[in-house]
Write a protein that binds this ligand. Structure first.
Ligand code: FAD
Length: 615
C-alpha cells in the first residue's frame, strides 16, 4: 500500500495551495482529486482578488504560495480597486483567462517536487489510534498517510438548483461527493448547509458591444506576485451594462419560480454577493443594477455577466437577459444555477485548521463555510503548512490577527463560526493600516523562510529587497531638515523648532516623494520601487502606532453599556450589513457586541466613540 506524509483530498483552490505548501515543506504529498484535468478550474467568476481578497493573495504569495503566480500568468485585466483611497484598503484584482489559469495551475503542480497527483474519488477516511491514517478510494484502493487535508469545496452532498429543477452535482458538469459526506456524518462532525449561486454564461458573439460602455484595465497594472512586474499576456477591456425596470418586472413576476424564493433551498447564501432576485427584493427602491460583462478568455467567446447570479428557471433567465441593453439577442451558453452543499462548523477546528476531535485531519476551503477562491487558497496554505509540520513532529505555525488577513480569517472562523458563507473584507481586520497588500512580504516572508516554505529564488529576492529598504530608510532618516530649511525648499511644516527627517516629512499628506526627490537629489540614489514602498510605510507609521494603542484600550472598554435605543444607522463608517446585524441583535454591552459574528474591533471603536459622545 502506498504511503504519503500528507494526502490532500480535492484539487480546487484550497487543495492546490495545500498540496503545494506541504510539498514545499518537504513532505511527500499526494493530491487526490476527482479529475486531474480540473485542477485550477474556477467554478464561478473568472477573477482573482479584490478588496480584502487581494490582500489574501498577496499574503499567500509572500509565503511562496501559487495563487498569485497563477493569477499573474492568466491575468487579462488588472485593476487596483480603491486606487483613490489609501494604500491600506486598496485591493489588487485581476480578471483571468480561465484556460490559462487552469493550464498554469496544472503546469506548476506537475513541476512541484514531492507532489503526486492521483485521480480518484475518496470515499472513506481511515482512522487508527484516534488519528487519521489514510483514505480509501472508490476503485477499492487505499493510501496511508501521516496527515490528511480535506478540501472538497461545494461537492459534499452538492445539489444544483435551476428553478424547481434539481440535480445532484458538485458544480455543473461534476458529480457530487456523497460517500465522503456520509462518512463525515458518521464521524459526528457538526455539519450545516450553505448555498451559493452563479450567473448564466453568454456567447460574446451575440452581444451588441457597440451599445455598451467599456472598462479598460489600469494603465500601470499591479501584479499579485512580489516576483512579477508585468502581465504575461494581452490585456482586454470589459463591457458594462445595467438591469432596468423591465428586467426587474420579469424577475418580480417570476420570483416564486426561483429555487430560492420557491422554497427549494434551505442553505443560507452569501448576503454580500446576492443573486439578482435577492437584489430586486432587498433593494426594491433601486431601478437598476450594474453588470460587468467579463470575457472569460483571450480565445474564448464566453462572457461572464458579473452581477446577475440566479436560481430562476432557464426560460426566465432568457427573458430577463434579453431585456438588458446590449443583450437583446444574447445567447445563453449555460444557465445560471444555485448550489447547496454541506459544510463543517469551523469552530470544530483549531488555529492550524486541524479538527480538534481528529488529530491529523485538516479541513480547508469552502467546506469550512467560506466562499471565494482566495479564502479557500489561504486556508489551504495554513492547512498544508501545518499538516507538514505535524508529520515532521514540529510545532504548528499560527498566523496572527496582528500580522495577516489570513490570521484574521482563521481566528474569525474557529472562534466565531459562520452564519452565512464567510468572505474577507478589509473591515474585518482591526490592524488594517499595517496589514496592507503592499507590505505582505515584509510581514510574512521572513516567517516563511524560518519555517522552510520559501524557495531559494524568493528568499534571495526578498533578502535583497529588505537590504534595499533598510538602506533607503537609513538615508531617509539621516536626511534631516530644520523647519526653516523645509520651508525654504517649499514644504509647509510648523515652524516649531522641530528638525524632521525625510521619513517623517513623508507622513505629511501634502508632501510627496517626488517633491522631496526634486528638493534633495541625494534621495534619487534609492531605487524607485523601494522609495515608493518607504513612502507608504512612512505615511502609515503614526496611524499604526495609534491603532495599536486603540486596540489595547478597547480591551479595557468591554463593560460599556449600550442603550436600548442606540442608533446604529447613524454610525458613519459601519457597513450597512453590520448596521443591520447589530440592530437585530441589540447587544447590551460593548463586550456582547464584540462577540457578534462579523463585528470587528474597528466597528467597536466606532460604537465606543458614539457612546463617549453621548455621555
Ligand atoms: P472547490 O474549488 O469546489 O474544489 C473542490 C475540489 O474537491 C474539486 O476539485 C473536486 O473535484 C474535489 N473533490 C470533492 N470531493 C472529492 C472526493 N470525494 N474525492 C476527491 N476529490 C474530491 N465564490 C465567490 O467568491 N463568489 C461567488 O459568487 C461564488 N459563486 C459560486 C457559485 C457556484 C455555483 C460555485 C460552484 C462556486 C461559487 N463560488 C463563489 C465559490 C468558489 O468556487 C469556491 O469558493 C472555491 O472554488 C472553493 O474552493 P475549494 O478549493 O474549497 O473547493
Amino acid at each position: 500500500m502506498k504511503h504519503y506524509d500528507v494526502i490532500v483530498i480535492g484539487g480546487g483552490h484550497a487543495g492546490t495551495e495545500a498540496a503545494h505548501a506541504a510539498a514545499r515543506m518537504g513532505a511527500e504529498t499526494a493530491l487526490v482529486t476527482l479529475r486531474a484535468d480540473a485542477i485550477g478550474v474556477m467554478s464561478c467568476n473568472p477573477a482573482i482578488g479584490g478588496l480584502g481578497k487581494g490582500h489574501l493573495v498577496r499574503e499567500i504569495d509572500a509565503m511562496d504560495g501559487v495563487m498569485g503566480q497563477l493569477a499573474d500568468a492568466a491575468g487579462i485585466q488588472f485593476r487596483l480597486l480603491n486606487r483613490r483611497k489609501g494604500p491600506a484598503v486598496q485591493g489588487p484584482r485581476a480578471q483571468a483567462d480561465r484556460k490559462l489559469y487552469r493550464e498554469a495551475a496544472q503546469r506548476v503542480t506537475a513541476a512541484q517536487p514531492n507532489l503526486t497527483v492521483i485521480e480518484g474519488e475518496v470515499t472513506d477516511l481511515k482512522v487508527a489510534g484516534g488519528r487519521v491514517s489514510g483514505v480509501a478510494l472508490a476503485d477499492g484502493s487505499e493510501i496511508t498517510c501521516g496527515a490528511a487535508i480535506l478540501t472538497s469545496g461545494t461537492f459534499l452532498n452538492g445539489v444544483i438548483h435551476i428553478g424547481d429543477q434539481k440535480s445532484s452535482g458538485g458544480r455543473i458538469g461534476d458529480k457530487p461527493s456523497i460517500a465522503l459526506a456520509e462518512r463525515l456524518k458518521a464521524l459526528d462532525l457538526p455539519l450545516g448547509r450553505l448555498k451559493t449561486g452563479t450567473p448564466p454564461r453568454l456567447d460574446g458573439k451575440t452581444i451588441d458591444w457597440s451599445r455598451l460602455e467599456t472598462q479598460p484595465g489600469d494603465e500601470d497594472p499591479v501584479m499579485f506576485s512580489f516576483l512579477n512586474t508585468a502581465p504575461a499576456v494581452r490585456q482586454i477591456a470589459c463591457g458594462i451594462t445595467h438591469t432596468n425596470e423591465k428586467t426587474h418586472e420579469i424577475i418580480r413576476t417570476n420570483l416564486d419560480r426561483s429555487a430560492m424564493y420557491g422554497g427549494h433551498i434551505q442553505g443560507v447564501g452569501p448576503r454580500y454577493c446576492p443573486s439578482i432576485e435577492d437584489k430586486i427584493v432587498r433593494f426594491a427602491e433601486k431601478g437598476s443594477h450594474q453588470i460587468f460583462l467579463e470575457p472569460e478568455g483571450l480565445d474564448d467567446d464566453t462572457v461572464y455577466p458579473n452581477g446577475i447570479s440566479t436560481s430562476l428557471p432557464a426560460d426566465v433567465q432568457e427573458d430577463y437577459v434579453h431585456s438588458i441593453v446590449g443583450l437583446e439577442k444574447a445567447k445563453i451558453l449555460q444557465p445560471g444555477y444555485a448550489i447547496e452543499y454541506d459544510f463543517v462548523d469551523p469552530r470544530a477546528l483549531d488555529l492550524s485548521l486541524q479538527l480538534r476531535a481528529f488529530p491529523g485531519l485538516y479541513l480547508a476551503g469552502q467546506i469550512n463555510g467560506t466562499t471565494g477562491y482566495e479564502e479557500a487558497a489561504a486556508q489551504g496554505l495554513v492547512a498544508g503548512l501545518n499538516a507538514a509540520l505535524s508529520v515532521q513532529e514540529r510545532e504548528p505555525f499560527h498566523f496572527s490577527r496582528t500580522s495577516s488577513y489570513i490570521g484574521v480569517m482563521i481566528d474569525d472562523l474557529v472562534s466565531r463560526g459562520v452564519t452565512e458563507p464567510y468572505r474577507m473584507f478589509t473591515s474585518r481586520a482591526e490592524f488594517r493600516l499595517s496589514l496592507r497588500a503592499d507590505n505582505a512580504d515584509q510581514r510574512l516572508t521572513g516567517m516563511g523562510i524560518d519555517i522552510g516554505c520559501v524557495g531559494e529564488g524568493r528568499r534571495s529576492a526578498f533578502e535583497a529587497k529588505m537590504e534595499a529598504l533598510e538602506a533607503g530608510r537609513a538615508l531617509m532618516e539621516a536626511t534631516v531638515l530644520t523647519p526653516k530649511e523645509a520651508r525654504d525648499k517649499g514644504f509647509r511644516v510648523n515652524q516649531d523648532g522641530t528638525r524632521r527627517s525625510v521619513f517623517e516629512l513623508l507622513s505629511f499628506p501634502d508632501i510627496s516623494l517626488e517633491s522631496l526627490c526634486l528638493a534633495l537629489p541625494e534621495l534619487t540614489a534609492i531605487p524607485g520601487e523601494i522609495a515608493n514602498q518607504l513612502a507608504i510605510d512612512a505615511l502609515y507609521a503614526n496611524y499604526v502606532e495609534r491603532q495599536q494603542q486603540d486596540a489595547a484600550s478597547l480591551k479595557r472598554d468591554e463593560g460599556w453599556e449600550i442603550p436600548e435605543a442606540f442608533d446604529y444607522s447613524a454610525l458613519n463608517g459601519l457597513s450597512n450589513e453590520l448596521k443591520a446585524k447589530l440592530d437585530r441583535a441589540r447587544p447590551r454591552t460593548l463586550g456582547q457586541a464584540s462577540r457578534i459574528d462579523g463585528v470587528t474591533p474597528a466597528a467597536l471603536t466606532l460604537i465606543l466613540a458614539k457612546l463617549r459622545q453621548a455621555r
